[in-house]
Design a protein around this ligand. Structure first.
Ligand SMILES: Nc1ncnc2c1ncn2[C@@H]1O[C@H](COP(=O)(O)OP(=O)(O)O)[C@@H](O)[C@H]1O
Ligand SMILES: [Mg+2]
Length: 433
């Protein structure tokens, strides 16, 4: 289980990168009440590394946290800002890392500092970490292996590569790429709906270096998991973090660095987005029928009511994040919870212009505004965002469809107080259908 300097070098766990990564992950991980299991193994690797570095610096007389009983978070930030030298920064980072490590150990009921643990205590702890980790543990490892073995095994084994056959790239977003992938092992009985083809969103390591990105990625999968189950929400199947090497997806990612942590989100595969559907109509110089627009609005608001009732705000509703599951008009699904938040309000404006509501504090009414813009775009089969923004600006909202001409201006009311809630829209639609 011991890291030797050579092995550390082998695994390229360099101080700057990894300590920083540890701090960011541990910061997120210790913020809530529960340790995030997906991160346990990374935390473990970095825990070992942190203490080794800490001891190295201590032995050189550099790091001495007991002297700095000041706020270590502040001194870490300060040393990052005014680069008073790498040594100072390491000292502050290590002090903070040690504090996080202590918190993590406390969570596992361990009161002894990490570096004072005996080897068997460490082995025990490692087993707990790996047992509760959702990272794929290759057969035969099951918590018995050393950190190094585990790293090697994880590098060789990849749930993504081994369990799925990647069919095609189906979408690109700001946070990664989405692939259609088929289960290699034909065990459809595992999934209640017998689907063996999925959409897998792959978010590469790059994003994990930023605390905000880590939070966003975890947020997306936990919110999707929580809301999954409603027919109007893209179904969640699994999410996992993996150690991947370039060879894993060399074709898709020729430049991806070796041994990066990659986040995977396995979801139900949908058909086209509302955006793609609308574009097809526009190409044929057609507009959708009013009855279809009303069905779309009804399904979006039903799903949105479920989202809001579950204390979530989507905050990025637009036709690219709403899907048709298949070619039936009953199969609308809301996806992409990358910007979603739990709670009733958010004191920052968030979303994609021009779908984003004008107010500074986002609430469920802000989602309703985005529904209004999306519906208007679809009903009018508007091609560009520029044209869409200009029509909104001019308040040129007529679609020639009576029910929509009544509803869209209400949804686009600049005053969120006056904008209807999902339930109110549903109540008016019931009389129309
Ligand atoms: N479950 C899915 N089924 C089918 N296509 C999908 C699915 N999820 C995403 N996509 C495709 O990938 C694109 C990007 O995915 P999305 O989750 O919106 O990522 P981002 O947060 O980066 O915008 C979507 O616009 C869509 O084309
Ligand atoms: Mg998206």
């Amino acid at each position: 289980m011991n890291f030797t300097p050579k092995r550390i070098k082998d695994y390229d766990l360099e101080i700057d990168d990894n300590l920083d990564k540890f701090l960011r992950i541990a910061d997120v991980s210790t913020r809530g009440t529960e340790i995030i299991p997906e991160y346990n193994l990374i935390i473990w690797l970095l825990l070992e590394k942190t203490f080794k570095q800490y001891n190295d610096l201590s032995s050189k007389g550099i790091a001495c946290p007991e002297e700095d009983q000041v706020d270590s978070k502040k001194s870490y930030q300060a040393s990052k800002e005014d680069k008073t030298g790498r040594q100072e920064c390491s000292k502050a980072e290590l002090t903070l890392a040690k504090e996080y490590a202590e918190q993590i150990l406390k969570h596992f009921g361990i009161k002894v500092p990490f570096d004072k643990l005996t080897q068997s205590e460490k082995d025990n702890l490692f087993q707990q970490f790996s047992a509760s980790s959702k990272l794929l543990l290759p057969d035969g490892l099951n918590g018995k292996a050393s950190t190094i073995d585990l790293c090697e095994a994880l590098r060789k084994h990849s749930k993504y590569r081994e369990e799925f056959r990647v069919n095609s790239l189906i979408g690109k977003g700001s946070f990664g790429e989405v692939f259609a992938a088929e289960l290699r092992k034909k065990e459809p009985q595992v999934f209640e709906e017998c689907y063996s083809i999925f959409a897998i969103k792959r978010m590469p390591e790059l994003s994990l270096d930023k605390t905000a990105d880590i939070r966003m990625i975890l947020n997306e999968s936990s919110i999707l998991k929580k809301l999954s189950g409603h027919p109007g929400i893209v179904k969640f199947y699994d999410s996992w973090l993996a150690l991947d090497s370039a060879s894993d997806t060399a074709q898709a990612y020729p430049g991806s660095p070796n041994d990066s942590f990659i986040f995977y989100l396995q979801m139900e595969l949908c058909g086209v987005t509302l955006h793609q559907w609308k574009t097809k109509l526009t190409d044929k110089k057609e507009k959708p029928e009013e009855a279809h627009c009303i069905m779309i609005l009804k399904q979006i608001t039903e799903a949105l009511q479920w989202i809001h009732d579950n204390n979530v705000l989507h905050l990025d509703l637009n036709p690219k994040n709403i899907f048709w599951k298949d070619d039936r008009f009953q199969s609308i699904k809301i996806g992409d919870f990358g910007l979603a938040v739990e709670g009733k309000s958010l004191k920052n404006r968030r979303g994609t212009p021009p779908y984003c509501a004008p107010e500074d504090t986002m609430t469920e009414k802000s989602d309703m505004y985005s529904v209004g813009v999306s519906l208007f775009e679809i009903a009018e089969a508007i091609i560009t965002r520029l044209e869409l923004a200009s029509r909104l600006e001019k308040w040129d909202l007529s679609t020639g469809m009576p029910a929509l001409d009544l509803t869209i201006p209400k949804l686009l009311d600049k005053n969120p107080e006056r904008r209807p809630k999902a339930a109110e829209i549903l109540a008016t639609l019931t009389s129309l259908i």
